[in-house]
Write a protein that binds this ligand. Structure first.
Ligand SMILES: [Zn+2]
Ligand SMILES: [Zn+2]
Length: 83
């Protein structure tokens, strides 16, 4: 996960490692998109509501996805991904 270079707001904070771990455990390390099992390092947290519209890393706003599936969410976006 990377921070946007521009338009940095308080919502563009990275999810803490602990929170990520909790979310991954919650979904049993399964990508919510392709339903395959991954390692913690391979999973990424996608925010359904993006950071720039006030989306936060709460569970109801998060989707645990693998790197490949995550790219699909952001495939049409330019530049560094805020995820
Ligand atoms: Zn996946
Ligand atoms: Zn994302």
């Amino acid at each position: 996960m990377y921070l946007y270079v521009t338009n940095v707001t308080k919502y563009y904070t990275m999810i803490g490692q602990k929170n990520k771990e909790l979310l991954c455990k919650l979904v049993k390390f399964k990508c919510e998109e392709c339903k395959k099992i991954f390692k913690l390092e391979e999973l990424e947290i996608h925010r359904i509501r993006r950071g720039n519209v006030g989306g936060t890393y709460e569970h109801r706003n998060c989707k645990v996805v693998c790197g490949d599936c995550h790219k699909l969410y952001h495939g049409n976006e330019q530049g560094i991904q805020g995820r």
